[in-house]
Each structure stands twice: as structure tokens, then as C-alpha cells.
Design a protein around this ligand. Structure first.
Ligand code: HEC
Ligand code: HEC
Ligand code: HEC
Ligand code: HEC
Length: 421
């Protein structure tokens, strides 16, 4: 039993997933995949996901912030890159959107005399990881609704909120430096055992939270607190640390991370965590806290505290499990390449023409990140060429990305390779 939990969750049921993953991780992983299990999960999580914190630094450093906001903070020239509406919640959406909107962005840069940012593969990976994560971050919340919840969920029976002078169980102490929804989630998680006892004594049912409840409660408590601090703009979580927390804090003893696993009642396949925002993952933990506490007691496991950034890291880790290249078919990709007009310049088989370079058969291993990097590096030239040739800028659908990548990475079948060149 223990043994199977420690198997890599991916290698059995998600062959396509592995394929796309391998494309991303190129050679580094291919050997590890077959042999190493938990270690692998860690390694690809690190490798793939890179560091969203660096991405948030680059977002400012590269000047994106002059035109774009993320969750409302930043420039207003371009669209908010995480805000409501256009949640670029997966890699394919993000890359397709960047691709489609690039020409207007370049025009704007030209008009504003802003120098065009250059991005290396690594920098693109950081930026994209940041934007992906930011799309799951919580917004400011609705304090008005939070106030109503504070009463209707019964919090007010034990916690004073209005009196700031030494009132018992006032929540400011809990908040302290807790200026983010995640720090608040951590306080709720850590307070859960004491609250469970108190609620049982008072004959109260465990208050279940869903939707934006947790975040709205936070907005209300924060608003009425002396400790109000504006939210840190720096992206807080580090997925690779979260993976370590997941192991060190015993989560892994009860929870499998296997996709689609229904066998174990405590399995946590990534799709189960598929909440739109971080605080909604926190709600899942809160809702199940009494049950988990019981299970832990039965198994002699101490209820884990999650000091410092551990809650945030943990949740960042969970989202990193869903961060991978979309799967695709090279056959469909070949059609997409023609439909979208890429073949007009790059040739029908993407073998290259006198106008544009070969994209296939160069040993290049394309993934979402390298496609985005190519857009930043070569896109402007491509764009001016489409203009000169009277062509429309080829736009991409979300579903195109996986297929295009599969096509670009497929070998060129050629009976006489020497004739090709
Ligand atoms: C000079 C202003 C400007 C700068 C600087 C800029 N952008 Fe943009 N960006 C725009 C505009 C304007 C659009 C919208 C274009 C459109 O509507 O077609 C856009 C669109 C986008 C989109 C598509 C968003 C969507 O929801 O459709 C992404 C992603 C993006 N930019 C990322 C970046 C990144 C990353 C950087 C920094 C490396 C950056 N931008 C720098 C102006 C800018
Ligand atoms: C039956 C009483 C009771 C109810 C109802 C209750 N709590 Fe608590 N809460 C407690 C107790 C007891 C603690 C333990 C903390 C302490 O005071 O030492 C606690 C702790 C907390 C903490 C952590 C405090 C800290 O210092 O770390 C938070 C945050 C919190 N509660 C929020 C809530 C919210 C939000 C609700 C409503 C959904 C709620 N509580 C409902 C009794 C209650
Ligand atoms: C002793 C066993 C045990 C440990 C340790 C444990 N859990 Fe749980 N967890 C459970 C049980 C049992 C459930 C309820 C499962 C259900 O209802 O499907 C649960 C439910 C959850 C849920 C809600 C899942 C859902 O489907 O809604 C989340 C999220 C979660 N746990 C996260 C964690 C995290 C993070 C840790 C480590 C800090 C952890 N758990 C540690 C036993 C445990
Ligand atoms: C109007 C002609 C034209 C069209 C249409 C076109 N491209 Fe390009 N593409 C080019 C040119 C020219 C370059 C080389 C630009 C440079 O050297 O900076 C290029 C470069 C690239 C690169 C970078 C190659 C490298 O060296 O890494 C990629 C990837 C790419 N294109 C993909 C596409 C895709 C996908 C489409 C369709 C959605 C497309 N292109 C449509 C002309 C075009």
C-alpha cells in the first residue's frame, strides 16, 4: 500500500502526459522517468515550473508592467494578464493569447517609443510561470459580503471583530503579518483543531465554505483590522518548496496525487484541487479539517502546522501539477499549420523556404515556452513580412498549440534526405 503511494503518479495512466512532458524536459528527464519515481515528480516540478517569483521580478524588469496589470496592479494600456474574464489558466491559452495579440502589442510599443523587450528561453519560462500562477491568485475580495458571512457562518459567536481593545479572540493577533489570503488560510487551518473542539462544545456544526467565502471573510477581517498592509506584489509561493512540505508534513502518507484515482478516499488527484483560486484550495482543506484531524489521530500523525510560507508553497505546488504542455497530434498539427497560414512562409511540411526558416527536422524540440520565446524573438520580423505580403497575422486557437507542437516535433519523413536541401 505504502509502496504504491510512493510510485510516481504519472507514469502509469498518463502516457500522453509523459510524452509532452518529456518534450519539455528534453533529455534531462527521459532516463529518470523510467527509473525514479518520487524523485522524478520533484525534478520535473522544479524543472518545468521554474520560479514564478523570478517571473514577477522580470515582469517589472522587462517593462511589461508599464502596460499590463496583474490582478489590478500595474499599467492599463494592455489587458490585465490575470484578472477576471481572461483567466489564462493553462499554458496553451496563455501562449495562444500572446501570439494573437502580439501585433497590436508591437504597434503600441512602436507608438510609445518603448524598446522591444528581448526574452531568453529561461526568462520566458519564468514569466509564463508567473502569469499562470497569477491567474489563480485571489482578488481583493468583497468585504461587504465577508461581513455578512462572518455573522451567517457563526464566526461572530466566538470572535470579536469590532472592538480593537483587548477583546478576546479578536482576530488581529491571528492576522499579525497575515496580509495575504494565504496567510489567512494558514491561520484558519492552524486554528481548526481548537475551533473544532469549541464548536462541538457549543453544539455548532462545522461551517462549510465555498466559492469566494474564504477570501471575502479575509477581506472583511483585514479591512476592520489595524494591521492592514497592502498586499505584497511579489508572487509568494515556490512550488518546489511546496513539494517538500507535502512530503514533510505527512500529506503524502494519506494523499495520492494520482490523476483519476478514485480508489482511495483520501486521494488528491490534481483535478480534485482544480479550484479557480488559491483560497478555494484553502476552503477544501478547511472543510475537511475535522475529518483529517480524526484520520490523523487514528494514525498517530500530529496535525501539521504550516509556518511561514508553507501554506502558499503547498498550494503553489498543487497548481504546478497542472502545468504542462497540451497533448496533440502531429497529423492534426500539420493541417493546422496549413489552415493558419504558417505554411505560406515556412512551407507545407515546415521544412523551410527561401522566405522563412525550417521549423521541423532541425532537431529542435518545441514546447509552449519555446514557441512563446520564438514569438518574442522572431515574431516582429514575421509580422512585418505578413504585412508586406498582404497577409493577415495568423491567429491561433487554444486547441492548436498542442497539435502544432506535436507536428513541429515530428521527424520529417523523407526517402531522400539529401534532396531536401
Ligand atoms: C507598450 C505597451 C506594452 C508592453 C510594454 C507590453 N505589452 Fe503585452 N500587450 C499590450 C497590448 C496593447 C496588448 C493587447 C493587444 C490586443 O488587444 O490585441 C497586449 C497583449 C498581451 C498579451 C495577451 C493578453 C490577452 O489577454 O489577450 C500578453 C500575454 C502580453 N501582452 C504579455 C506581455 C508581456 C509578458 C510583456 C513584457 C515582456 C508585455 N506584454 C509588454 C501592450 C504591451
Ligand atoms: C465555537 C467558537 C468558534 C467559532 C464559531 C469560530 N471560531 Fe475561530 N477560533 C476559535 C478558537 C477557540 C480558536 C483558537 C484560537 C485562540 O483563541 O487561541 C479559533 C481560532 C481561529 C483563527 C486562528 C487564530 C489565531 O490566533 O491563529 C482564525 C483565523 C479563526 N478562528 C477564524 C474563524 C472564522 C473565519 C470563523 C467562522 C467561519 C470562526 N473562526 C469560527 C473559536 C471559534
Ligand atoms: C491522516 C491522513 C491525512 C493526512 C496526513 C492529510 N489528510 Fe487531507 N484528507 C484526509 C481525509 C480522510 C480527507 C477527506 C477525503 C474525502 O472526503 O474525500 C482529506 C481531505 C483533504 C482535502 C480535500 C479534498 C477534497 O476532495 O475536497 C484536501 C485539499 C487535503 N485533504 C489536503 C491535505 C494536505 C495539504 C495535507 C498535508 C498538510 C493533508 N491533507 C494531510 C486525510 C489526511
Ligand atoms: C509571412 C511569413 C510567415 C508566416 C505567415 C509565419 N512565419 Fe514564422 N517566421 C517567418 C520568418 C521570416 C521567420 C524568421 C524570423 C527571424 O529570423 O527573426 C519566422 C520564424 C518563426 C519561428 C522561429 C524559428 C526559430 O528559428 O526558432 C517559429 C517557431 C515560427 N516562425 C512559427 C510560425 C508559426 C507557428 C506560424 C503560423 C501560426 C508562422 N510562423 C507563420 C515567417 C513567417
Amino acid at each position: 500500500m505504502r509502496k504504491s503511494r510512493e510510485r510516481s503518479p504519472w507514469n502509469r495512466r498518463y502516457p500522453t502526459f509523459w510524452l509532452t512532458l518529456a518534450a519539455l524536459a528534453v533529455t534531462v528527464l527521459t532516463t529518470v522517468v523510467v527509473t525514479q519515481d518520487r524523485q522524478t515528480l520533484l525534478r520535473w516540478s522544479v524543472f518545468l515550473f521554474t520560479d514564478p517569483q523570478q517571473g514577477s521580478t522580470l515582469f517589472r524588469g522587462k517593462g511589461c508592467v508599464r502596460c499590463h496589470s496583474v490582478n489590478g496592479v500595474g499599467g492599463k494600456v494592455g489587458p490585465d494578464l490575470a484578472g477576471a474574464g481572461g483567466h489564462p489558466s493553462d499554458l496553451a491559452v496563455l501562449v495562444a493569447e500572446m501570439w494573437n495579440h502580439a501585433p497590436n502589442m508591437w504597434e503600441r510599443m512602436r507608438a510609445d517609443h518603448i524598446s522591444y523587450p528581448t526574452l531568453t528561453y529561461e526568462e520566458t519560462a519564468y514569466l509564463v510561470a508567473y502569469l499562470y500562477m497569477a491567474s489563480h491568485m485571489d482578488g481583493p475580495g468583497n468585504a461587504q459580503r465577508g461581513k455578512w458571512l462572518f455573522t451567517s457562518k457563526g464566526c461572530i459567536r466566538c470572535h470579536a471583530v469590532t472592538n480593537k481593545n483587548g477583546e478576546q479572540r479578536s482576530l488581529w493577533n491571528a492576522l499579525g503579518a497575515a496580509n495575504t489570503p494565504m496567510a489567512w488560510t494558514k491561520a484558519m487551518w492552524e486554528g481548526a483543531p481548537a475551533m473544532e473542539g469549541a464548536m462541538r462544545k457549543a453544539g455548532l456544526a462545522w461551517p462549510m465554505l465555498d466559492g469566494s467565502d474564504l477570501n471575502d471573510l479575509f477581506a472583511f477581517v483585514r479591512q476592520s483590522s489595524d494591521h492592514y498592509v497592502t498586499e505584497a506584489q511579489q508572487f509568494p509561493g515556490r512550488p518546489e518548496r511546496g513539494w517538500r512540505v507535502f512530503q514533510a508534513k505527512s500529506c503524502i502518507t494519506c494523499h495520492e496525487l494520482e490523476p483519476g484515482s478514485a480508489g482511495s478516499s483520501a486521494s488528491l488527484p490534481p483535478e480534485k484541487w482544480l479550484a479557480p483560486t488559491f483560497s478555494q484550495v484553502g476552503e477544501l482543506m478547511w472543510n475537511h479539517a475535522p475529518e483529517m484531524q480524526r484520520a490523523m489521530r487514528n494514525q498517530g500523525i500530529a496535525y501539521p502546522t504550516l509556518p511561514d510560507e508553507e501554506m502558499t508553497d503547498l498550494i503553489a505546488f498543487v497548481y504546478s501539477l497542472r502545468y504542462f504542455d497540451p497533448p496533440g497530434s502531429p497529423v492534426v498539427g500539420s493541417s493546422v499549420f496549413n489552415w493558419r497560414g504558417c505554411s505560406l512562409c515556412h512551407g507545407e511540411g515546415a521544412q523551410g523556404t527561401s522566405i522563412a526558416p525550417a521549423l521541423r527536422g532541425r532537431g529542435a524540440n518545441y514546447n509552449s515556452i519555446s514557441l512563446a520565446t520564438a514569438l518574442w524573438t522572431h515574431g516582429q520580423k514575421m509580422y512585418y513580412l505578413t504585412q508586406k505580403s498582404g497577409l493577415d497575422w495568423p491567429t491561433l486557437q487554444k486547441s492548436d498549440i498542442g497539435n502544432l507542437l506535436a507536428f513541429l516535433n515530428s521527424p520529417i519523413a523523407q526517402p531522400h534526405p539529401q534532396e531536401q536541401k
